[in-house]
Design a protein around this ligand. Sequence first.
Ligand code: GLY
Ligand code: MN
Length: 462
Amino acid sequence: MFEREVYLKRREGLREILEGGIALFLGNDESPMNYPANPYRFRQDSNFLYFFGLDEPGLAAVMDLEEEGMDVIFGNDPDVEDVIWMGPREPLQARAERVGVSRTMPYQKLEDYLKGELSRGRTVHFLPPYRGEHLLKLARFLGIRPEAVKHWVSSELIKAVVELRSFKGPEEIQQMDMAATMTAEMHLRAMKNARPGMYERELAGEIEGLAISLGGYISFPVILTVHGEILHNHYHGNMLREGQLLLVDAGAESPLHYAGDMTRTFPVSARFTTKQREIYEVVLAAQKKALENIEPGVYYRDVHLLAAKTMAEGLKALGLMKGDVEEAVAAGAHALFFPHGLGHMIGLDVHDMEGLGEDYVGYDETVKRSDQFGLAYLRLAKKLQEGFTLTVEPGIYFIPALIEKWRSEGKHREFINYDKLEEYLDFGGIRIEDSVVVTEDGCRILGKPVPKEPEEVEALRG
Ligand code: GLY
Ligand code: MN
């Protein structure tokens, strides 16, 4: 974990923003895979990690927002059974002091504590639960039905947490650079080792193992596929064949659980075909355009649209789109090829804070989510500020079912050359993604660079 001052400062920040009441943070519990004693790998809740740092199950914490220093961690001391099965652990008090908390109480007291505060008319702020057991606990603590819990979620606490977690401190940037460098190693490994005749799973297993061997874990399930047009494809059963493209979207989590997220697309053969290279260069140009335009004060929605325009220009030059590029992008015609958003915030979660509600994280009163196909999926639209960390991930995909649908509807016929598109139905998809930190006057790509110029990629493949 970080130094205790980091957690003290974060909680102080929350106290400065929130007026009063109690803030409750439930740490995660072990989550059973197929029977109770066989759990998934433990992952602490990111908000609990952010404010209370302790990376273990069976904890909760409350902050009394009206009383300085009145933070309590609820948990239990290890008993002899814990020691037999899990080894020695420090008493709860010692663990709490590492994160600057001097009061602890047994976990079983949490319910009475909260009920006592509620009966005194105090507000208990909590964040939206995303695990069933937390939903049930909250319903019990509040004395309401699980279906009603969502109405009690504190939008004030959500906004305060987003305000704090959006700005990454130097200690966080260091972890994010580490995560990005571990992520880079995963991509370099895949790029160097992919060979025709291998199965996707061989490479997926290798890079997942690499993340673990480097002292971290994966930050989301590996996407490694010859069908890059399937955006979140987790199937790894295809054999790699000459002439195909392989899309790898994978990231490592640093030891303190900060996420990496990167995508590279490269040929299974030693070289791109002409057709592949042409599309690749359009995606790369869009990514570079986006990177050049990221700076504090710029709306990410505008950067997204700039990338979309660059893609539409490139696709027009290849005869796949036609007409006025500005009009095509305004109408959303490019979304046939680029149906997702340019990127998302990244931090303790790969889609940072997404569990708090995408609109709280990526939008604000100055920018509302569009309902246009494509733009509607943009997770981050608001004005960028120094210290934000985010992904930049344009892509071009040829999705036969979507092309077929639009063609049969005659959709955006004035901007799309459907006849030319027939030649691309088995093309697949290309995405290029890096994670960046917004600096005073631009942005910096996090971690060790991974080749993305076509010549560099081919040199590695060769
Ligand atoms: N890396 C997967 C995603 O951003 O959705
Ligand atoms: Mn991403």
